[in-house]
Design a protein around this ligand. Structure first.
Ligand SMILES: Cc1cc2nc3c(=O)[nH]c(=O)nc-3n(C[C@H](O)[C@H](O)[C@H](O)COP(=O)(O)O)c2cc1C
Length: 180
């Protein structure tokens, strides 16, 4: 079973990026489980002085979730042409840890705008030594819509694109495991 950890960069209750990740959960192939991480808003501000043993409990929990995941699935809005501070904060808390190097990551995105933040996220992930899975990264334009999870899952075009991205993620991970 492939286990992905989904991370929304938006704390908004009706976030389109969170909705997109929940749709991915609903559409996940049988070989894959996707868990939505809900700890983003509970992390302390990153401070290297606190990045020592014992870690703040919320940070230890976050790193544990990353460690046990086969890959990450991030969907994030763009704020002021950059990555939302809360998401960057979460990623900064991983930098010194052993959990993330080589960790596969795919980027979903709920808006056709916001290309600067997508480029920045990729640069951050690459700088941290993560493995970006391009074939599993997809933009599904939900911005300005009130599209619900069930509507996405029932929409032939959107659902097919999400399924194709998840299948590609599974294939990329299976190829690595076979190569090992
Ligand atoms: C403070 C703030 C700044 C934003 N800056 C940008 C921006 O620079 N470029 C952009 O394309 N969208 C920008 N947006 C729009 C959000 O990226 C967009 O609404 C996003 O899709 C919302 O995602 P969500 O529904 O998951 O919260 C901004 C929104 C907010 C609240």
């Amino acid at each position: 079973m492939i286990r992905l950890l989904a991370i929304s960069g938006s704390l908004r209750a009706v976030s389109t990026n969170t909705t997109l990740l929940k749709a991915a959960i609903a559409l996940a192939p049988a070989v894959m489980t996707i868990d939505l991480w809900d700890g983003l808003g509970g992390l302390p501000h990153f401070n290297p002085d606190l990045d020592i043993d014992p870690l703040p409990p919320a940070v230890a929990a976050w790193r544990g979730r990353v460690a046990e995941a086969d890959g990450l699935l991030i969907s994030s809005p763009e704020y002021a042409r950059g990555v939302p501070g809360s998401l960057k904060n979460a990623l900064d808390w991983l930098v010194s840890g052993p959990e993330h190097p080589g960790k596969p990551v795919a980027f979903f995105h709920a808006s056709e705008r916001g290309v600067a933040s997508q480029a920045a996220l990729r640069l951050i992930a690459e700088t941290m030594g993560m493995r970006v899975i391009d074939t599993a990264s997809v933009t599904i334009p939900l911005l300005g819509t009130q599209t619900q999870i069930e509507e996405i899952a029932a929409d032939q075009i959107l659902a097919r694109r999400i399924r194709a991205a998840l299948d590609a993620y599974g294939a990329a991970l299976a190829a690595t495991q076979t190569a090992r």
